[in-house]
Design a binder for this molecule. Structure first.
Ligand code: C5P
Length: 308
């Protein structure tokens, strides 16, 4: 094979319970991940330039927000491909092409998704045949959200979010995502969360999974799921980007079953009762303050898969 293309979904966090800051700079989480039908595609191809001077891994980005993604060694897909080559103990070459639809720095794990897709694509291109368990381990070293992008579906992540257990769900849930102008830096939002807690003198304690949320997922009860959505990073995201309060309010006014900031934001997520309801909310959100565009999606969907 001279080129492999992998499709990979965005995620929304249905519960993001954040514990105290750990000594290693991370936070212990209970993180309920849900993969939704907004996809990036990553193609790994045998390199055009095979001269000794050519870099072993190159990356190009296409799509609306391509200019906001680093097209160098800092790119998470490149870091993942390098980690995979390191694991295999040999040098490998590939040209990566990322077609972006997932909002950049939007709280939907777009960079992590591209890293997961690069792992699957390069594993195939280089004929490594590594099992998914090995890819999951490499993924966890690249970033806390990368293992989930491999797995997809709905899952609870503990530790820093990388230790995953699949969750049982029924049916499909209908979502609307309000995209904002510009991104938010994940470390900055976690830092703001710590600062706000210190200022208020609150001790977060150890995070615990929400039983009502897990029951709503099992039963496919969208109304109950809407009531159970929580995100401990939301006050921090709102503190850094106050206009998001208007977006959340607008979605609630439009009858969303639940509204929350997705992960570290600034994308806001709204749960709808049906596909038609989702289209209505999306149409209404287009004029909301702080909302650049509104897109509909369903979840859960599978993780990274080879499509060509
Ligand atoms: O693991 P990843 O590199 O994606 O995390 C990005 C940043 O998000 C970390 O450097 C840290 O600041 C923050 N983070 C955290 N606790 C977690 C996951 C991420 O504080 N469980």
């Amino acid at each position: 094979m001279s080129a492999i293309t992998v499709r990979v979904p965005a995620k929304v966090n249905l519960q993001l319970a954040v514990g105290p800051l750990r000594e290693d700079g991370y936070h212990d989480l209970v993180n309920v991940f849900h993969a939704v039908s907004i996809f990036d595609e990553v193609t790994a191809a045998e390199p055009g330039d095979v001269s000794a001077a050519a870099p072993p891994l190159t990356v190009r980005i296409e799509g609306e927000s391509a200019g906001e993604v680093p097209a160098n060694d800092d790119n998470l897909a490149v870091r993942a491909a390098r980690a995979l080559a390191g694991h295999a103990g040999r040098s490998y070459r590939a040209d990566l092409l990322i077609r972006k639809s997932i909002p950049v720095a939007g709280g939907m794990a777009g960079g992590s998704a591209d890293a997961a897709a690069a792992l699957v694509a390069c594993n195939e291109l280089w004929g490594l045949g590594l099992p998914v368990e090995d890819l999951m381990e490499i993924a966890a070293d690249v970033g806390s959200d990368v293992p989930f992008a491999l797995l997809g579906g709905t899952a609870v992540g503990t530790g820093r979010g990388e230790r995953l257990s699949r969750l049982e769900t029924s049916g499909a849930f209908h979502w609307v995502f309000a995209l904002a102008d510009g991104g938010l830096s994940t470390p900055r939002v976690y830092g703001e969360c710590d600062r706000l807690r210190e200022e208020a003198g609150t001790d977060p304690g150890l995070p615990v999974a929400s039983e009502p949320l897990l029951a709503a997922l099992r039963e496919g009860d969208a109304a109950a799921l809407g009531r159970a959505l929580t995100n401990d990073l939301q006050p921090a995201a709102l503190s850094l980007r106050p206009s998001l309060a208007h977006t959340l309010h607008a979605g609630a006014e439009l009858g969303a079953l639940g509204s929350l900031v997705s992960g570290s934001g600034p994308t806001c997520a709204f749960l709808a009762a049906s596909e038609t309801h989702a289209a209505e909310i999306a149409a209404g959100l287009k004029n909301a303050e702080g909302c650049r565009a509104a897109v509909t999606a369903t979840g859960p969907v599978p993780g990274a898969v080879v499509v060509g």
